[in-house]
Design a protein around this ligand. Structure first.
Ligand code: DAH
Length: 324
């Protein structure tokens, strides 16, 4: 019986060391302390122990039970034993491999995209997620009555701030802080009160780009985006610039890539509107620049055949491990 107890104890220590999540701790508890648990089964054998040993064996069982309960309570491996003299360490057992994390697929995508722009001399800048109306709208030439300023399309705080709905805010922050020439990208989270479904989330990621330089023309924008999209999607990628409207660029385009038989919109871009230069205190008569913005989830979904945006946020290891 004493052998059985110490064998069970060793087994429990090994299982416990592997129980690295709340669920595993719970199944560990059930396996040992549950109604049909291994320790519970041993307790049932107490009746077969000769009367003169019963007391000692019972005490051992209770000691093990208490240790197991404490270990479960602490929710972590290798809770200290009360009786150190009984320690058994088998150094011939293989080591326990600690679980290793990996970079989330969205972060990998941001890193890959950023690396392409870094090679073209762009630098990464970050901005806050809680923003002012000035940075998110006004300075970007978005009029007060524009639908995106509505509470249905932007999260406002009771203090009159908002969760940025686009990374274009960072353009404004950088231009207010610095003088041209500028070549920056700004990755980060943005928020919109959309109903969550397979292609919408109340939070997602964008990467903004901005170049300001006296010679930064629309053809430079085309060159930069061509190079970028071919690096990302392959050198044979067909690219289409389609006229569009954004308040902060003039002219504006949406950029599509050929996908199967059709075209898919990949990003928005344009020459920075002179009104924006005015807002940040640049001389709009001589300053030139271009900007672009893209959605990270969309690009990751296309490249990896992911069919539901919610996969990115649910921390399901079966999904995440495919990109480890
Ligand atoms: N901010 C735009 C959006 O969220 C994306 C965008 C379009 C950014 C054009 C730009 C741009 O910098 O030039 O839909």
């Amino acid at each position: 019986m004493n052998d059985q107890i110490s064998r069970l104890e060793n087994e429990a220590r090994e299982d416990l060391a592997r129980a690295d999540s709340a669920e595993k701790i719970e199944s560990f508890r059930v396996a040992y302390l549950g109604k049909k648990g291994k320790l519970t089964e041993l307790f049932k054998l107490l009746g077969t122990v000769p009367p003169e040993e019963k007391k000692a064996v019972g005490a051992e069982l209770n000691r093990l039970k208490q240790w197991l309960e404490e270990a479960v309570e602490k929710g972590k491996g290798n809770a200290p034993r009360t009786d150190a003299s009984r320690e058994i360490f088998d150094e011939t057992l293989p080591g326990i491999r600690p679980p290793q994390g990996s970079i989330h697929i969205l972060q990998q995508t941001i890193q890959e995209i950023s690396a392409i722009f870094h090679r073209m001399g762009f630098e990464t800048v970050e901005g806050p997620e809680i923003e002012t109306e000035f940075h998110n709208f006004t300075a970007l030439n978005i009029p007060l009555d524009h639908p995106s300023r509505d509470a249905f399309d932007t999260f406002y705080t009771p203090q009159g701030q908002l969760l940025r709905s686009q990374t274009s805010t960072v353009q404004i922050r950088v231009m207010k802080d610095r003088k041209p020439p500028l070549r920056i990208i700004a990755p980060g989270r943005v928020y919109r009160p959309d109903t969550v479904d397979a292609s919408h989330s109340f939070m997602f990621h964008q990467i903004e780009g901005l170049m300001v330089d006296s010679g930064a023309t629309f053809s430079d924008l085309k060159g930069v985006l061509h190079l970028f999209l071919r690096e990302l999607f392959g050198s044979q990628t067909k690219i289409r610039f389609r006229p569009h409207f954004f308040p902060f660029t003039e002219p504006s385009v949406e950029v599509d890539i050929q996908w199967g038989k059709g075209w898919l919109e990949i990003l928005g871009a344009g020459s920075v509107d002179p009104n924006v230069f005015d807002e940040v205190g640049y001389d709009k008569a001589v300053t030139r620049g271009f900007a672009f913005g893209l959605g990270v989830e969309r690009i990751a979904m296309l490249r990896h055949g992911i069919n539901d945006i919610r996969h990115f946020y649910e921390n399901d290891l079966r999904f995440l491990r495919q990109f480890a």
